[in-house]
Design a protein around this ligand. Structure first.
Ligand SMILES: C[S@@+](CC[C@H](N)C(=O)[O-])C[C@H]1O[C@@H](n2cnc3c(N)ncnc32)[C@H](O)[C@@H]1O
Length: 233
């Protein structure tokens, strides 16, 4: 957990990533390899594809809500939870009005058919309140290696899923002691996830998800996230 996600710079970066990241104008000065844009949408679509039921979905570490809005095309109720109050405030404005404006720029939610409007809440993925209830799908995109105890967080999710629910974990595997003490890091990531999850989940699919996160229109970080989808036994 960090105040890093409360800065205006990060807010703009994530608004661009979630709401303009499908556009070839996202990084306009050089052609990009195919399949690197639209990461929040791809995460949400993959989650929906693996879900057996399309009732309640939880987007943990939702940031400004890009994946939550896409999940809302497929699920009848979507809750996005993030630790950052400024990210959640922006996501709520987008849910209420369809746009978020600063003095320099505005971002809009994709104009598509949605089953529902996501409900955004400030919260700690490692201490979710019981009353959040049980979900048919949980997406955690690029959150695990930002947590002090990712294994504890996954264990805590057990009371928020039921048999047949899908759990989708996306991670760049960039473990860093600034966020996660060495003893709690899940390294190597997939074997560590298997050891933690296989007692209560079946592994459905493992896939690489490349993406670019732009700092500004001439500079971006290229990452290949490890995606794993799990079915609760
Ligand atoms: C690397 S960003 C990923 C955001 C988004 N899921 C995506 O893929 O673009 C990590 C997010 O997790 C949030 N976060 C960090 N620690 C958290 C915690 N303990 N509980 C909930 N959210 C947390 C941050 O505020 C940030 O929005």
């Amino acid at each position: 957990m960090t105040d890093k996600y409360e800065t205006g710079v990060l807010l703009r970066q994530y608004l661009d990533f979630h709401f303009q990241g499908e556009s070839t104008q996202y990084l306009p000065h050089h052609p990009l390899p195919p399949g690197v844009l639209g990461y929040p949408r791809r995460c949400a679509d993959w989650t929906a594809r693996h879900a057996l039921r399309h009732g309640r979905a939880l987007d943990l570490g939702c940031a400004v809500g890009g994946s939550s809005f896409v999940l809302a095309r497929n699920f009848s109720e979507v809750i996005g939870v993030d630790y950052s109050a400024s990210f959640i405030a922006a996501a709520r404005t987008l849910a209420d009005t369809g746009v978020f404006r600063t003095s320099e720029k505005e971002w809009g939610v994709f104009s598509d058919v949605r089953k529902t409007v996501p409900d955004f809440r400030v919260g700690d993925a490692c201490a979710l309140p019981e009353e959040l209830g049980v979900f048919d799908a949980v997406l955690m995109a690029n959150l695990l290696c930002r947590l002090p105890d990712p294994g504890g967080c996954l264990e805590g999710l057990r009371k928020h899923v039921r048999s047949g629910s899908v759990l989708v974990l996306m991670t760049p595997c960039s473990w860093d002691a600034a966020y996660t003490p060495k003893a709690k890091q899940l390294v190597p990531t997939l074997p560590a996830l298997r050891a933690l999850l296989e007692p209560w989940c079946d592994l459905l699919e493992v896939r690489d998800f490349p993406f670019v996160l732009r700092e500004h229109e001439r500079k971006a970080e290229f990452t290949v996230a490890l995606g794993s989808a799990w079915r609760v036994k």
